[in-house]
Design a protein around this ligand. Structure first.
Ligand SMILES: [Zn+2]
Length: 77
């Protein structure tokens, strides 16, 4: 799970992994404007209320996202 972002989750855009972060203050959803290829933690600024959101991507998040990538590719082929 994404610590500090209760309703955050990862999704894939093209071949890159990107996190969708939901602001705890105003509920604004935004995509993290950077590819995520490995476990890491960073901060993003909410575009709505300018609050600081901490995003933590774990190895579990990445493997889960990669599994979903595999599923979506199967359905497309
Ligand atoms: Zn916000």
């Amino acid at each position: 799970m994404l610590a500090g972002t209760p309703s955050g989750h990862t999704s894939n855009v093209g071949d890159e992994m990107r996190a969708i972060v939901t602001c705890e203050c105003c509920g604004h959803r935004q995509a993290v404007a950077r590819p995520i290829g490995r476990p890491e933690a960073f901060h993003v600024v909410c575009h709505e209320c300018e609050g600081i959101l901490r995003v933590e991507v774990t190895a579990d998040d990445l493997s889960t996202a990669q599994k979903s990538v595999g599923r979506s590719r199967k359905t497309h082929v």
